[in-house]
Design a binder for this molecule. Structure first.
Ligand SMILES: Nc1ncnc2c1ncn2[C@@H]1O[C@H](COP(=O)(O)OP(=O)(O)O)[C@@H](O)[C@H]1O
Ligand SMILES: [Mg+2]
Length: 270
């Protein structure tokens, strides 16, 4: 087994990356896929949603693991630190120490491949490794693009939210051309949508026009629902907290679409 690495990425904060990464991991696990979730943001939102009460008390985090690789020290056994959630998702947590990563990477050889080196040590245990990214570009994000197979880009259904996409796309194209030739953009996922509003239609048009042909857009949109934020208070994804909620059902459809696209690709190749 050589797990597929899917990064949930957008350099803007508050666009639904963590909601999407945590819910995607949850639904994949529920569909019987062996799934790991790497929390790659110092805010630790994925870790919190998966039950960590105090992220600053964590002993092993993605940051401490990457430090070991940078210092050429052995990694602890995966089973000694991975958080096994009852849903089946296995979480590599994070806390604010990850904010030092960019600076720590400065003086390291092959600094763009540190995360790849780590992911290579766990990838054969899983069918999917989902990465919940931090909200800025820079060397840590280059690390993600070097080890991911594909990227999902959540974008809030507001006009200003589409602005960072061009920068992300530029990095993606450079990395795809020069290093990780197999990297793909799975699609832009419109989140916090208010269906049938003018702004929602305009955002879709803007994205379609701006990225026509270059980037697919998921047909499924995730509607705005206050229950998504409420679920976090209970350390849950919306699909666990309230499976009949429209946002939960949209996430189910989104995962159908994602897995359906994968099958189409396999058929096209095979
Ligand atoms: N579909 C949604 N409807 C309403 N609120 C949402 C939705 N998706 C996410 N949120 C909330 O919006 C905030 C930002 O979302 P989050 O997933 O943390 O974004 P990011 O990881 O991109 O910073 C959080 O409070 C989250 O609970
Ligand atoms: Mg987040």
């Amino acid at each position: 087994m050589n797990g597929k690495v899917i990064a949930v990425m957008n350099e803007k904060g508050g666009v639904g990356k963590s909601a999407t990464a945590t819910t995607l991991a949850y639904l994949l696990a529920r569909r019987g896929k062996r799934t790991a979730l790497i929390d790659f943001d110092g805010q630790g939102h994925s870790s919190i949603i998966y039950g960590v009460n105090n992220i600053n008390k964590l002993e092993v985090t993605i940051n401490t693991l990457l430090r070991k690789i940078m210092e050429d020290k052995p990694l602890p056994e995966l089973d000694s630190y991975i958080l096994k959630h009852e849903s089946g998702v296995e979480v590599i947590p994070s806390n604010s120490q990850l904010f030092t990563l960019e600076r720590n990477l400065c003086n390291v050889d092959f600094r763009e491949r540190i995360l790849s080196q780590y992911v290579d040590t766990i990838r054969d245990r899983y069918q999917y490794v989902i990465i919940d990214c931090m909200p800025q570009m820079g060397t840590p994000m280059i690390n993600v693009m070097m080890c991911a197979d594909s990227i999902i880009v959540p974008t809030q259904a507001e006009l200003l939210s589409t602005q960072g996409l061009a920068e992300l796309l530029r990095h993606y194209q450079i990395i795809r051309k020069n290093s990780n030739h197999n990297l793909r953009i799975e699609g832009i996922l419109i989140t916090m949508d208010s269906p049938n509003t003018i702004v929602s239609a305009q955002v879709r048009q803007l994205i379609e026009r701006g990225f026509a042909g270059a980037v697919p857009i998921f047909k499924t949109h995730i509607p705005r629902s206050i229950k998504v934020a409420e679920a976090v208070l209970y350390h849950k994804t919306i699909c666990e907290f309230m499976p009949n909620n429209p946002a939960a059902q949209a996430y189910e459809k989104f995962v159908d679409e994602l897995l359906g696209n994968e099958e189409t690709e396999v058929c096209a190749v095979g």
